[in-house]
Ligand binder design. Structure first.
Ligand SMILES: [Zn+2]
Length: 464
């Protein structure tokens, strides 16, 4: 009885082992089928043209395994993608103003591979890498085609800029995000990368109208620049000041107003700061990282130099930031009345005083509306320039001749604002919308009660 029992038990355990083995094989088969049913198809192709390169972004259905081949006579770049299919109509793709003459598919000598051929206008320096899904974009295969001719001409521009430095306060203005990286977006359709470029351009124009001041943009169009590249431009051009323009977003749509950030050694101090810091630094995940310059100094020397430079830059940044906040406070709601501190990558540039301006909260309906208005953008640019000018007027570097701002400063129209009362308006809503206090709104309009008459106009007091 005992013996029979154990034999039976042995039989059962053998059967279980067999079952486990079979189901393992089945699972393995399933997972390999899964790979086959999930090929890296090209679902979209986008192009970003910057002054020195064409960036081609292939939107992929899965992480692609790929090979890059460069061919001459005629110049072309070939990409072989493992088990992929083309799901895009190539005839409908616009490649004007890129370095590409034609884009087509061709038979790969190896079976099961998708071959994409890019016929080029001239020789390029190609580089490819893949990007993992982030936010609302999926897997991407990125192909950079660097223009060797443009690379050398921008080096010439650098020497010209350093000549300028002797006579001018030279400011590099950096429009945050761009290209593959849209930044934050608002409910009204406002996109950070568009707003930042528009404000940056107005800021540069206003600065270039000033005697003794010159400005240049880090990016001039809708393309991506790595965070390191942005600070590198300021460094190489010997900028006296680097200003990165951004627009904030927050989970609460009530939060609004502008803030100016400078580098902190300790890192961000507030919860908003931490969150923001993570977001701003995330940009490199969106656009891919480029190589960083290596330090040329002995470690000990470099450390001392860096410390001295950083202390000077932070001191200057703080002074400039305070001046800008003072001016911004006259025309808009401030999120913070003092310079805020964080360790954003774009602020880490020891030799160049650097500030980051969060122009407002795109997640707030009123801020978003303002940030998209050309008139508001102009006013904001004027205020920022006023702040910079005031700082350098009392801290003028030797060799620089600065005129007083009023000579060249283009004043924006200070037309009186008014609001026509519509159904559903309350006094506090209106006060909040225009960023004025309830008391001032009551006083300006001589209101005895908070009752509003539909159709009547309220005078909105200007903040200065
Ligand atoms: Zn941003």
């Amino acid at each position: 009885m005992l013996l029979e029992n154990s034999v039976q038990r042995l039989k059962i355990s053998l059967q279980i082992k067999k079952l486990v083995k079979l189901s393992l094989i089945f699972l393995l088969l399933l997972s390999s089928l899964d790979i086959l049913s999930d090929p890296a198809n090209i679902q979209g192709i986008r192009f970003w043209q910057s002054p020195d390169k064409t960036r081609v972004v292939f939107d992929m259905s899965a992480d692609p395994e790929h090979k890059l081949i460069v061919l001459k006579n005629p110049h072309r770049v070939v990409i072989d993608i493992e088990s992929g299919k083309l799901k895009v109509d190539l005839s409908k793709i616009n490649i004007n103003s890129t370095l590409i003459k034609q884009i087509r598919t061709s038979r790969s000598p190896e079976s099961g591979k998708l071959r994409v051929v890019l016929d080029l206008k001239r020789a390029v320096i190609p580089n490819s890498f893949t990007l993992k899904p982030i936010q609302n974009v999926g897997n991407r295969l990125v192909l950079d085609l660097k223009d060797p001719q443009k690379a050398s001409s921008s080096a010439k521009a650098v020497t010209r800029a350093s000549d300028l430095k002797k006579k001018f306060i030279f400011v590099v203005i950096d429009a945050g995000h761009g290209g593959e990286d849209p930044g934050a977006s608002g409910h009204g359709g406002g996109r950070e990368k568009v707003i930042t470029l528009s404000i940056a351009k107005k800021l540069a124009d206003t600065i270039n109208k000033q005697k003794g001041m010159r400005a240049e943009l880090s990016r001039t169009g809708d393309y991506y620049l790595s965070l390191e590249k942005r600070t590198q431009i300021a460094r190489k051009k010997g900028a006296d000041l680097f200003i990165s323009i951004h627009a904030d977003a927050f989970r609460s749509s009530k939060v609004r107003g502008s803030s100016v950030w400078i580098l902190s050694e300790k890192g961000a101090k507030s919860e908003v700061g931490l969150w923001l810091e993570k977001r701003e630094n995330e940009a490199d995940l969106l656009g891919g990282v480029e190589s960083v310059e290596l330090d040329k100094y002995e470690p000990e020397v470099a450390e001392v130099l860096l410390k001295i430079q950083t202390e000077r830059s932070v001191r200057l940044s703080r002074g400039i930031a305070s001046n800008i906040i003072g001016e911004l406070g006259k025309m808009m709601v401030l999120h913070s009345k003092k310079p805020r501190e964080a360790s954003f990558v774009v602020l880490k540039n020891p030799a160049v005083p650097s500030i980051l301006i969060e122009t407002g909260f795109i997640s707030n309906i009123n801020d978003e509306k303002n940030l998209r208005s050309k008139n508001f953008q102009n006013k904001m640019a004027n205020s920022i320039v006023k702040g910079i000018h005031a700082y350098f007027k009392s801290n003028t570097p030797t060799g620089v001749k600065m005129a007083s701002l009023s000579e060249n400063y283009s004043k924006s129209k200070s037309a009186k604002k008014s609001h026509r009362i519509v159904s559903g308006d309350t006094l506090s809503h209106i006060a909040n919308r225009y960023g004025v206090s309830l008391a001032t709104l009551r006083r300006t309009n001589g209101l005895k009660s908070d009752k509003l008459l539909i159709g009547k106009r309220l005078v909105i007091p200007t903040r200065s």
